[in-house]
Design a protein around this ligand. Sequence first.
Ligand SMILES: [Zn+2]
Length: 289
Amino acid sequence: MEKFPDAHSHVQHAVDVRLPLHLARRDLERVHQPAYLDAVSYDVAIAATTASPGLTRYARNRLGLPANPRLLARSTLETAGTVAATLAALDVGMAANLAGGTHHAFPDRGLGFCVLNDVAVAVEYLRAHGRLPDQILIIDTDAHQGNANHAFFRNDPNVFTYSLHVGKNYPAAKEPGDQDVPLPRYVSGEAYLEALQSTLPSALARTEPDLVFWISGADVHADDRFGQMSLSDTQIAERDHYVLGQCQHYVAPLVVLYGGGYNRTPGKTGWLHAQTILRVTEAFADSKT
Ligand SMILES: [Zn+2]
């Protein structure tokens, strides 16, 4: 996906970009089933020597990504970026992964371009290392419901999931979450912002979070192929400033993640993600002055 190098080229002058830490297989297995990880790592070149049959055609279609022997390594690197950003946010207050927000990945299956669930891996990494904050809030403003996060954290008293999305869009099977805000198809930017501003404060007030993950989502843009929302560039900026302001009000460490983006205009998705990261950078600088 070209959005990753595109966004990097837009932000590299303004942010201190660091490579993520190494994640071991056991870090993934706290969330994902070993048989699923084996299937994702299947490489046609070693088919004769591996016990794993790889992903079935159905599983690959559900994931939406072509066969690639580097798929697990690439997805692990992306997830490692979220873990590294989480540790950095706990240390300095705010950090972003220039990827991540893979909120459709379940323990035993990947859906909608999401192979590994980066937020779940990061939360379980903190828990395993005795660093789990008491209250974690996941703010998901991507156009699609954060179904796998809703399901994974449903009975976790330390994690509250909030998702603002189109109600009748992918994923078809919704998962109940702690706070779900379904919106109509092709919702206007004004209505999206109104819904955000009337529901996010209660999620923050209920949790008084010690750590926030924000899956921002560039697929809320009016020219996105899959988002079914109608936000302009300016309205996305307004969204970003509002979420950042709300999180800063609670002085909660904040981890910012991309989520989806599939804009019709070449280069636009990377640009949109980059603008969000640049706003995060500005907010971080302001918080230091
Ligand atoms: Zn999405």
